[in-house]
Design a protein around this ligand. Structure first.
Ligand code: FES
Length: 113
């Protein structure tokens, strides 16, 4: 299976981590494997919004549209932007090679402090 690159940008925009993923991987899983502070409390059940990420505007249109349920959950997330998505709902495709997402400042991992 082909590999793709994903870049995670930190809250302050200063640090970025380039991760390698495979087509078919889930974005939340890749974020967690690469030590990004996304809690993903409900493990992809769309019952939390702790996997909220802000997608780079250049990449946003490459993603399939969010479902109504995802939109509803995003309404509850803090610091939502026009290009916000739930990472657990994004399955990586070849088209998403080079995807850049930012971890919003509100999604601190409480246990990390
Ligand atoms: Fe809960 Fe994504 S992990 S909505």
């Amino acid at each position: 299976m082909s590999e793709i690159k994903i870049t995670f940008v930190s809250v302050d925009g200063e640090k970025s981590v380039e991760a390698t993923a495979r087509v078919g991987d889930n974005l939340l899983t890749i974020a967690q494997v690469n030590d990004q502070p996304l809690e993903g409390t409900c493990e992809g059940q769309m019952a939390c919004s702790t996997c909220h990420v802000i997608v780079d505007t250049n990449d946003f249109d490459k993603l399939p549209e969010a479902s109504e349920m995802e939109e509803d959950m995003l309404d509850l997330a803090a610091g939502v932007k026009r290009t916000s998505r739930l990472a657990c709902q994004i399955t990586l495709t070849q088209d998403l090679d080079g995807l850049t997402v930012r971890i919003p400042s509100e999604s601190h991992n409480m246990q990390g402090f």
